[in-house]
Write a protein that binds this ligand. Structure first.
Ligand SMILES: [Mn+2]
Length: 367
C-alpha cells in the first residue's frame, strides 16, 4: 500500500504524515517541474529517493513520466523524445524504481468540470458533468482547473501543454483510432525492451474520463481497449495501472470482471482503488472509498484483485476534502488515509476468510 506524494513543497501532505498512516510502506512520486520530454536528472532522483527513504518510506513507483505530444502524434521528431524517455527509465532503475505509471491520453489529460463540488455532508469532491464540459472549450476547462488548484501543479496540465492546446486538438481531428494505436505500438516497441532490461514494469493508466471528448482519440477506456493495448506488445512489462475510479466512471464497465481478467494474466502492476458516484452515464462525482458512498462494489473489487493473485502496488485514489483541510484537489491527507484503512480492512478480511473458513467448516459440528 502506497500513497501519491509530490516533492519540492508541491504538496501540503508531508512524508512524516504518510509514514504514520498504518500499513503504508511507500509513495508514488514524480518530478513535476521537469518539462515533458526532458530527461529526469539522476542527481535529483537520488536526492528524492534519499528524502523519501529518510522518512522511512520506499519509492518503487513513479507516477507519472508523461509522454511528449510528438510521440502521441507520431511525428518524425518523436524518436528524440523516446530516447529521452528511455534515459529517464535508466535513471529511475538506478534508484530502484520497479513500476512506472504513465498515460497515453492526447492533449487533455484527466478532466473534470469542477474540483470542489460540495456533498451533503459538507465535504467537497472533484466532479464531472459532460454537458458542461462540452460547452466549455478546453482552454476554459484549463482555467477552471488551474484556478481551483490552490497553487499546486496539476500533472497533465503543464503550462507548455496548455499553450499548444487548441492547435493540438485540431491536429487530432483527422487522426483515426487505427493511426493512434499505431503510435502507441511504436512507443511500446521502442520502450518495453528497455523496461525488461531495467526491470521496470510499465503500467499505463486508463483514459479519464473513459469516453471521447472534443474529437480526441480515447482508446484505453474499457476491457476491449485494454485487450488491444496489451496485445500490441506481449510482455509482462507492458502492463496496466488499473484505476477503478477512471474506468468506473462509465457504468458499462464491469470492474470486478475487468480486474479478474487482467490480474489473472499478470498484467496489472498498480491499482488505484476508488469509488465513484454516477448521476448519469456521463456525469459523476468522486466520493469516499466505501461501497455505500458510491456505485462501485469495493468488496467485489478488492476480492477480484485478491482472488487473482494481485501482488503489485495499491494506492487509494482521489479523496474528498474533509475536516477543513486545505490541500491539492483530490490529494488531501485525511480522506485518502481513511481510504487506506478501509482498503486494508477489506484485504485482511478477505484473506482471513480464505485461510480460516475451511478450518472452521472442518471443526464445526453439523447443524
Ligand atoms: Mn487513477
Amino acid at each position: 500500500m502506497i500513497m501519491r506524494w509530490f516533492p519540492g513543497g508541491d504538496d501540503s501532505v508531508t512524508l512524516k504524515q504518510i509514514k504514520q498512516v498504518p500499513g503504508v510502506s511507500g509513495v508514488a512520486t514524480c518530478l513535476p517541474d521537469v518539462p515533458v520530454g526532458e530527461v529526469w536528472p539522476l542527481d535529483r532522483l537520488i536526492a528524492l529517493k534519499e528524502e523519501i527513504n529518510n522518512a522511512g518510506l520506499e519509492v518503487e513507483v513513479i507516477e507519472s513520466v508523461n509522454i511528449h505530444e510528438e510521440i502521441k502524434k507520431g511525428l518524425p521528431t518523436r524518436d528524440r523524445y523516446i530516447e529521452n524517455y528511455i534515459k529517464t527509465m535508466a535513471n529511475l532503475a538506478a534508484i530502484g524504481v520497479k513500476c512506472l505509471c504513465y498515460n497515453f491520453m492526447p492533449v487533455i489529460d484527466w478532466a473534470r468540470s469542477d474540483l470542489a463540488t460540495p456533498l451533503p455532508d459538507g465535504s467537497t469532491v472533484l466532479s464531472y458533468r459532460h454537458e458542461q464540459v462540452l460547452k466549455m472549450n478546453p482552454a476554459k476547462i484549463a482555467d477552471v482547473m488551474l484556478s481551483q488548484a490552490r497553487g499546486y501543479s496539476l500533472p497533465g496540465w503543464e503550462p507548455e501543454r496548455l499553450a499548444a492546446m487548441a492547435a493540438d486538438i485540431e491536429f487530432y481531428q483527422s487522426m483515426t483510432p487505427e493511426d493512434y494505436w499505431k503510435n502507441i505500438k511504436y512507443f511500446l516497441a521502442a520502450v518495453v525492451p528497455y523496461a525488461e532490461k531495467y526491470g521496470i514494469k510499465m503500467a499505463i493508466h486508463p483514459d479519464d474520463p473513459p469516453w471521447p471528448l472534443y474529437g480526441l482519440p480515447k482508446l484505453i477506456t474499457n476491457a476491449e481497449g485494454i485487450r488491444t493495448f496489451l496485445s500490441l506488445y506481449d510482455s509482462v512489462y507492458n502492463g496496466l495501472t488499473l484505476c477503478t475510479g477512471s474506468l468506473g466512471a462509465n457504468p458499462d464497465n464491469n470492474l470486478p470482471a475487468l480486474i479478474r481478467e487482467f490480474t489473472a494474466q499478470g498484467r496489472v502492476h498498480f491499482a488505484h482503488i476508488r469509488n465513484v458516484k454516477h448521476h448519469s452515464s456521463r456525469d459523476f462525482d468522486e466520493c469516499a472509498h466505501l461501497s455505500s458512498c458510491g456505485n462501485l462494489d469495493m468488496y467485489a473489487i478488492v476480492k477480484a484483485f485478491y482472488d487473482n493473485g494481485f501482488d503489485g502496488y495499491i494506492r487509494p485514489d482521489h479523496g474528498r476534502m474533509i475536516w477543513e483541510e486545505k490541500a491539492r484537489p483530490g490529494y488531501g491527507l485525511y480522506d485518502r488515509a481513511l481510504g487506506v484503512t478501509y482498503l486494508l480492512g477489506l484485504w485482511e478480511a478477505i484473506s482471513k476468510m480464505k485461510t480460516e473458513q475451511p478450518e472452521e467448516n472442518g471443526v464445526s459440528s453439523p447443524q
